[in-house]
Design a protein around this ligand. Structure first.
Ligand SMILES: Cc1cc2nc3c(=O)[nH]c(=O)nc-3n(C[C@H](O)[C@H](O)[C@H](O)COP(=O)(O)OP(=O)(O)OC[C@H]3O[C@@H](n4cnc5c(N)ncnc54)[C@H](O)[C@@H]3O)c2cc1C
Length: 418
């Protein structure tokens, strides 16, 4: 049997699987196959600092190249894995090669959901997922005066903030009655809508896009379902992503809006692990059943579990979900999963743009959304996984010392609260 580990997908999860497998004692060759031409790089700045010019391309790599060399990880970049033959344990590549594997890891992530309407193929209709998308978007923005962003999710709103700060006229169009409706409760999404409106972003909710109108092959306007015509030099589409399951599904692995894995990041084939945005996994913070998460935290933590599983070091994935988004001078941080909460308590001051909403279910803390209150977020990362009983009354009391409470909880149960 070939002793190589082949990792498909050269981003957060793929690189971390390779590093974790190596540190867990995997001795054979490790090949990191990625269809993008770049070494693994950070995606979050693409809609934020990279777009505004504050973060240079040279600052984007997740790890310096030497780290790959030191860990004997061989990057195979600009090449796509096109098929997996599980019987012969080989992966076919788009350049005609075929790689034999002893162990295979899938970290193939997601791709943008495409806008299925007339005019979506016009020039000037852009998406943002990859560094190349970001370079193209950034290069074209000097020609833009007005930009319409379709989709009021995190990426749409981050791009809106970046572009309005660059002096563009920005309109965000969201089909649901409020922005970030799937990710955030109404209180926080209303707060963010106000922030964007005050920054002069036009936010249109509860309206869908009927058609994109063009002239000479280039987009000129967005026609909305209510008949409004919204002129735009460019249209940026951010209507969610789809997990790249095709490679796994065609190889017969169980997939269901994501590659299905167990708590040890193993797919339905025990020689194949998977991690990151592409997986559907059991998560103890999601009582309703397996979920798919799209976050750097999940990609990295799950990849550590997957890397261990490659050498049979099984440690169940147990990390509390967390996420962040930067818009203007706001740092939004989320920890836990607040869906299904029956009580929400505000701490801090929305007027001063420094507050958190603590979510409880049956009296237990299950999530915190923080705006410019990193201390509350960090407290949640300790308290929620450890199940420390914090009450809604304590949270509501401005004189309650949360930092002291967390420190005491950590001392009382160091192993749990770590
Ligand atoms: C603009 C932007 C801003 C973001 N901001 C934040 C943020 O603020 N906070 C946060 O937590 N998360 C953020 N995210 C999400 C975060 O970047 C993702 O959750 C993370 O990148 C997931 O990592 P991954 O390794 O699972 O997948 P990906 O990063 O999607 O990487 C998968 C890689 O696999 C490659 N691939 C797919 N199929 C194949 C194949 N067959 N052969 C070879 N290669 C293949 C893909 O091209 C890609 O390079 C943001 C994402 C974007 C796009």
């Amino acid at each position: 049997m070939d002793e190589s580990l082949v990792v498909v997908g050269g981003s957060y999860a793929g690189l971390q699987i390779a590093l974790s497998a190596r540190s867990a004692g995997f001795e054979g060759p490790i090949l990191l196959v990625g269809d993008e031409p770049h070494l693994p790089y950070q995606r979050p700045p693409l809609s934020k600092g990279f777009l505004t010019g504050k973060v240079a391309e040279s600052a984007l790599p997740i790890r310096p190249q030497q780290v790959l060399e030191q860990n004997r990880i061989e990057p195979v970049l600009g090449v796509r894995a096109t098929a997996i033959d599980r019987a012969s344990r080989t992966v076919s590549l788009s350049d005609g090669r075929s790689l034999a594997y002893g162990r295979l890891a899938l970290a193939v992530g997601c791709r943008p959901r495409l806008l299925p309407i007339t005019g979506a193929d016009l020039d000037g209709v852009l998406y943002l997922r990859t560094l190349d998308d970001a370079i193209a978007l950034k290069a074209r923005m000097p020609q833009a005066q007005s930009v319409a962003i379709i989709g009021g999710g995190f990426i749409g709103l981050e791009i809106a903030a970046s572009l309005v700060m660059l002096g563009k006229e920005v309109t965000v169009i969201e089909a649901l009655p409020r922005v970030l409706a799937r990710a955030l409760p109404v209180r926080v999404s209303d707060f963010l809508t106000d922030v964007h409106r005050r920054a002069k972003v036009t936010v249109r909710t509860g309206t869908t896009v009927r058609e994109l109108e063009g002239a000479a092959g280039h987009v000129r306007a967005v026609l909305l379902s209510d008949g409004t015509r919204c002129p735009a030099d460019f249209v940026i589409v951010g209507i969610g992503v789809l997990p790249n399951v095709e490679l796994a599904a065609e190889a017969g692995l169980t997939c269901q809006d994501g590659i299905v894995i167990d708590e040890f990041a193993r797919t339905s084939d025990p020689t194949i692990v998977a991690a990151g945005d592409c997986t559907r996994h059991p998560n103890r913070f999601a009582p309703a059943g397996p979920i798919r998460l799209e976050s750097v935290q999940n990609a990295l933590d799950q990849a550590k579990t997957a890397g261990g599983a490659v050498v049979g070091a099984l440690k169940a994935y147990d990390a509390v979900p967390w996420f962040w988004s930067d818009q203007y001078d706001l740092k939004l941080q989320m920890v836990g999963l607040s869906e299904g909460h029956d009580q929400a308590v505000v701490r801090g001051s929305p007027e001063e743009q420094k507050f958190s909403v603590f979510y409880f279910r049956n009296g237990a803390l299950i999530g915190i959304d923080s705006i410019n209150r990193p201390g509350d977020h960090m407290a949640g990362r300790q308290l929620i996984p450890a199940g420390v009983p914090l009450t809604p009354e304590q949270v509501a009391d401005p004189s309650f010392d949360l930092v002291r409470f967390v420190t005491a909880a950590r001392k009382a149960a160091p192993a749990q609260a770590e």
